[in-house]
Design a binder for this molecule. Structure first.
Ligand code: ADP
Ligand code: UDP
Length: 236
């Protein structure tokens, strides 16, 4: 596998072409951003921890019947994945109230959400990732109605699989964000699943073990990510 030119540099990862047009390399950097890129810092080891964490979760989801872009862990901070035509929408599921839901609706952080809430956001930093619905997605051509349905089904299946994984390790999966893309017409899970894109609380103490430590300046960000990894058995 030959690594070729950089195709795109996002806020936390860079995408590289390979000698296989169907595959790309995602390189996880230590850059950490919040508030649509307004707060940016370098956190040592973050790229490595998230890369290994994500590889573990993608393999775990594959084993549970979810189709993902994951192909191979290449190095401490690089993963080989299927090149997807990404749909510019973020799929969020919430099991407890937190973050923008609390700000938007005035509900108390931690409230249990039954049934869990599903939200779509447009992936667009200058517009601050506005919340959208299925009509916007179809009308503006960001995804077809069939792809929207498939994203919802898969995102909820993933909720069952991962809520149990974290529950069994003494944590609450509060909410998370997923991104999907198309590969030969099929809707496949892309991007990453790591503590950068979800909220995880210690079940006993309520301690935040995710990117809110960075957003809220609580410190111990990577130590918390490593603790989560250790508890679910990610080899670091
Ligand atoms: P952001 O775009 O939010 O700044 P990142 O820094 O994580 O995010 O950049 C990674 C980019 O790679 C994102 O734009 C994401 O949509 C894209 N991406 C993720 N997985 C794939 C894939 N399998 N094929 C092509 N692009 C991907
Ligand atoms: N999220 C993300 N990327 C985004 C926006 C949200 O990974 O661009 C994740 C976030 O980490 C949380 C969930 O999606 O786990 C819901 O985020 P929320 O809408 O509450 O926004 P926030 O207040 O975190 O900006």
């Amino acid at each position: 596998m030959e690594k070729r030119q950089e195709l795109f540099a996002g806020k936390a990862k860079s995408v590289y072409a390979t000698d296989n047009p169907e595959l790309v390399i995602l390189s996880f950097r230590d850059d950490t951003s919040a508030f649509d890129g307004e707060k940016i810092e370098q956190l040592q080891r973050k790229g490595e921890v998230n890369n290994k964490f994500n590889a573990f979760i993608m393999r775990y989801l594959e084993a549970a019947g979810i189709q993902t872009h994951f192909e191979d862990l290449l190095s401490h901070n690089e993963v080989l994945v299927k090149k997807l035509e990404m749909m510019p929408v973020e799929c969020v599921v919430r099991n407890r109230a937190a973050g923008s839901l609390c700000r938007r609706l005035g509900v108390e952080e931690g409230m249990a959400l039954d049934p869990p809430v599903f939200e779509f956001f447009l992936k667009n930093d200058p517009l601050h990732d506005p919340m959208i619905n299925e009509y916007h997605i179809e009308t503006f051509g960001w995804a077809t109605a069939e792809a929207v349905a498939a994203m919802k089904v898969q995102t909820f299946k993933i909720n069952q699989i991962l809520s149990k994984l974290f529950f069994d390790a003494g944590m609450v999966l509060v909410d998370y964000k997923l991104e999907f893309g198309l590969f030969k017409g099929e809707v496949i899970l892309g991007d990453e699943f790591s503590p950068d894109g979800c909220r995880l609380w210690d079940a006993a103490s309520g301690k935040k073990l995710d990117k809110d430590r960075f957003r809220q300046g609580l410190g111990g960000v990577i130590e918390a990510y490593e603790e989560v990894a250790m508890r679910i058995g990610v080899p670091l």
